[in-house]
Design a protein around this ligand. Structure first.
Ligand code: SF4
Ligand code: SF4
Length: 223
């Protein structure tokens, strides 16, 4: 899932300063799972904005709504008429949701309530771990399902490096060395021989860079 966290209330208020009719829009997918931008959080933010408006006497009208996915035009279309009643939408989705809404709703400004952080998985109650850097050329079959790109601070593909100490990474004694984890995992799977195989150069041309990439359902990767 995409993990995001809410911006400070101060920053959110600043973005909304010039508007009187505001829609707080939650997203029912990734940000709901990571408990930062779903229906409950949209209600809480809208309530906080209403209280601030009342205290300041600024007379803002603030409503809240949540749709299943803000990055999908099918769901955005369902609120087109409702959205037209507002001067601005404060989106609680990830950056993809904000951009989808901006594209499809055209005339209505959409501003982000969230900072998008990473692609992650649940790591205990209320914590999420970055596990994928969307590099575009996945090597998990060679590494026992542990990503060296996202989990090794150097992103190296032939670790461990010399900084590894007793299974911990040199960046912190609290961080397990990704390559020691990979080794232990491959050992458990009985696949240590895979680590000895030459895998060829990784195709970094597909890695995230400023630019525009698109996956087509039938054709795979395309520019
Ligand atoms: S190898 Fe690339 S695509 Fe695969 S999990 Fe790691 S960053 Fe993501
Ligand atoms: S100690 Fe392990 S995780 Fe840390 S940088 Fe070296 S190989 Fe990567």
């Amino acid at each position: 899932m995409i993990v995001a966290e809410m911006k400070s209330f101060h920053e959110i208020k600043e973005m909304l300063e010039e508007y009187k009719k505001i829609l707080v829009l939650g997203c029912g997918s990734c940000v709901t799972v990571c408990m930062s931008g779903g229906q409950k959080q949209a209600e809480l933010l809208a309530t906080a904005l209403r209280m601030a408006s009342k205290a300041e006497g600024s007379g803002r009208a603030i409503s809240e709504l949540t749709i299943l996915r803000q990055c999908d035009p099918e769901f955005v279309e369902q609120i087109r008429d409702e959205a037209a009643k507002y001067e601005v939408i404060i989106s609680m989705a990830c950056g993809a949701g904000v951009q989808g809404m901006s594209e499809w709703l055209e005339k209505i400004p959409v501003v982000p309530a969230m900072n998008t952080r990473f692609i992650g998985m649940t790591d205990g109650k209320g914590t999420w771990l970055e596990v994928c850097a969307a590099c575009g050329d996945c090597v998990l079959s060679m590494t026992g399902g542990i990503c060296p790109v996202a989990s090794c601070p150097k992103g190296i593909l032939n670790g461990p490096c010399g900084g590894n100490k007793k299974g911990k990474c040199e960046v912190s004694p609290d961080v397990p060395c990704a390559w020691v984890r990979i080794y232990e995992r491959m050992k458990k799977l009985g696949k240590l021989d895979v680590l000895k195989q030459e895998s060829g150069a990784k195709d970094w041309s597909k890695a995230q860079t400023p630019g525009s990439y698109r996956i087509k359902e039938e054709q795979g990767f395309s520019e």
